[in-house]
Ligand binder design. Structure first.
Ligand code: MN
Ligand code: MN
Length: 302
């Protein structure tokens, strides 16, 4: 049975990966958040949940990294959040849905939409959850275009609420002066592209695993613009000099283990895509889910 609050706020559409279990059976509960109200450059991420579902139906589900087939993982795609014009009300509904999924001891996966949605999702998690953010941008402006809560400020709002020591930021290469000062003043842990390029990718993955080792639970948020625009052109704010897929997947699957309590993937803008960003986004979710599932299997087998 799907909990009442979820039935109130979301409805079914095309199914992610083509395999779905019932809500009760599922370990991972996935839903779309078609919201891009505060996008500043190439809007259209509200079309991403549909594009990612479609792409997910057209790529294979076996993970060579985790030696697992997604088909064997218990996932339930519950549909899309009913979003409205108001940022606050949309985020409130999102946090209600996340809360219900967590209450049922399942792992919520939100497909944005713009990055602001992470602010709504994170509200339903315990305050001590470690937040891993893949992003070209810091998203730590105090305000942007007169807005305090939007996709370029959301991480600052999160830091103000839970503290900077909960954040590990990966892939940074685009900041304004104000953000750089904020990062330095608050000692926000980050792995810039320059730093990542200075080591081999296995070493990067090890360093990042070490940085997240203190957290009991993890929330992973993936802004698709962390990738180089050559690999992921379909994003709202493309930023050159970014991550290549092998580096990204090595880091992602290195840190995704049984501690992952929630995930989101944001900022894919299908109107700007040439057909490769949506399959990459689907693959990111496949690999993240398989890495978590594989780690859980190992823990259970001990
Ligand atoms: Mn972002
Ligand atoms: Mn970004």
């Amino acid at each position: 049975m799907v909990p009442d609050q979820i039935e109130l706020h979301v409805s079914r559409s095309q199914i992610f990966s083509g395999f779905t279990r019932s809500f009760d059976e599922a370990e991972f509960v996935l839903f779309g958040v078609p919201f891009d109200k505060t996008s500043t450059y190439r809007a259209g991420s509200k079309y991403a949940p549909a594009a990612i579902r479609e792409a997910s139906l057209n790529i294979e589900t076996y993970s060579f990294r985790s030696k697992l087939d997604l088909e064997d993982v218990r996932i339930c795609d519950i549909g899309d959040l009913h979003v409205v014009d108001s940022v606050d009300e949309t985020l409130r509904r999102l946090s209600v849905v996340e809360h219900e999924i967590l209450k049922a001891s399942k792992i919520p996966i939100a497909i944005g939409g713009e990055h602001t949605i992470t602010f709504g999702a994170i509200r339903s998690f315990p305050r001590d959850v470690g937040i891993v953010c893949f992003d070209a941008h810091a998203d730590m402006r105090d305000e942007y275009m007169g807005e305090k809560l939007m996709h370029a400020t959301f991480l600052r709002r999160i830091i103000e609420s839970v503290g900077s020591d909960r954040i590990v930021h990966i892939g940074l290469r685009a900041v304004c002066r104000e953000e750089l000062a904020f990062i330095e003043k608050n000692h926000v842990r980050h792995f810039s592209m320059q730093e990542l390029k200075g080591h081999g990718q296995e070493e990067d993955a090890r360093n990042i695993r070490r940085a997240v080792s203190e957290f009991e639970k993890l929330y992973v948020t993936i802004d698709m613009d962390a990738f180089d625009p050559g690999f992921a052109p379909g994003v709202g704010n493309p930023e050159p000099d970014g991550m290549w897929p092998d580096l990204f997947f090595t880091i992602l699957t290195g840190l995704c283990d049984e501690r992952v309590a929630g995930l989101d993937l944001v900022e894919l803008s299908p109107n700007c895509d040439n057909g490769v960003t949506a399959p990459l986004a689907a693959k990111v979710l496949f690999e993240a889910i398989c890495a978590v599932e594989s780690a859980k299997g190992k823990t259970a087998g001990k």
